[in-house]
Design a protein around this ligand. Structure first.
Ligand code: MN
Length: 282
């Protein structure tokens, strides 16, 4: 029996503003696509207008999940309440496990030029939500690039074609940054039962739906894939750039309030109390 993953539906990105007026496109965490367990949110930044990004994301807390920042163009300076600081440049990845709590700022470093990248929120299971905060700062050159016919895949986390991504996730997930030449077909096999979406952020792809009909996904849009077996997509006439996110569902209740993601409202209230008491800053 040859089974294949199929395109269940697509979801458009929604223009939104976050931080101190940063204009971005929310791809996951919208009325069109609430979440793809274990992925809670995906924001896409893409602007060459400094006024739309320069104020960045001043000091703010997080608790209960992981934030993954991928910079494609531009520079982002990161600082936190326990003294960690660094600048992310093109191709760099920061994997921050907020765990029980951290306060940090994320501010673009350049005054002109393009800022392009993503922030992905990955949920933590209940037994890890209050783990100690940690960082993985991964320079671009440590991210393996798997070249195939008409494709180039940066392996951020998880395994792809025998290459392991440098970021260590707390649950089984794969995050791949995929570039496809015009008309080229790319396939990979997600683990059965894993959630899967692909955010098409440049160009377009086609994929087959559950009735075998070819459907187009144009940037900026996400495709959500269901079923088991390999998944296959074909790039359109302008090629495609895709953020591929696959993960084992955590299957727990999600309670979210701004930068906090817990299992219950009581835990959210506790997070707000702890933040107001200054307990997330140490
Ligand atoms: Mn943040």
């Amino acid at each position: 029996m040859s089974e294949k993953r199929f395109l269940a539906r697509t979801a458009p990105g929604m223009p939104t503003t976050d931080g101190a007026g940063v204009k971005l496109t929310r791809m996951v965490g919208t009325p069109y696509l609430d979440m793809v367990d274990p992925f809670l949110m995906l924001d896409r930044m893409d602007s060459d207008d400094p006024d739309s990004y320069i104020a960045g994301f001043p000091n703010h807390p997080h608790r209960g999940f992981e934030t993954v920042t991928l910079i494609l163009e531009g520079l982002m300076r990161h600082k936190d309440s326990v003294g960690n600081e660094g600048v992310l440049g093109p191709g760099d990845v920061q994997w921050m496990t907020a765990g029980r709590g951290i306060i940090h700022s994320e501010i673009p470093e350049m005054v002109e030029g393009r800022l392009k990248g993503f922030q992905l929120w990955v949920n933590l299971p209940s037994h890890l939500k209050m783990t100690a905060p940690t960082y993985q700062d991964i320079p671009a050159q440590e991210v393996p690039v798997v070249e195939g016919p008409g494709s180039s895949v940066r392996v951020i986390t998880g395994s792809h074609e025998g290459h392991d991504g440098p970021a260590k996730a707390h649950t089984p997930i794969r995050v791949l940054d995929v570039r496809l030449d015009a008309g080229s077909t790319w396939t990979t096999t997600p683990a059965d039962g894993n959630g899967l979406f692909m955010c098409v952020y440049e160009g377009s792809i086609t994929a087959l739906d559950n009735l075998g009909r070819e459907q187009e996904i144009e940037a900026p849009k996400s495709g959500i894939f269901h079923g088991d077996g390999p998944v296959e997509v074909t790039a359109g006439a302008d090629g495609a750039e895709i953020l591929y996110c696959e993960g084992a569902p955590i299957n727990e209740p999600v309670a979210r309030y701004g930068p906090f993601v817990m299992n219950t409202n009581q835990e959210l209230e506790q997070a707000v109390r702890d933040y107001n008491a200054g307990l997330l800053a140490t």
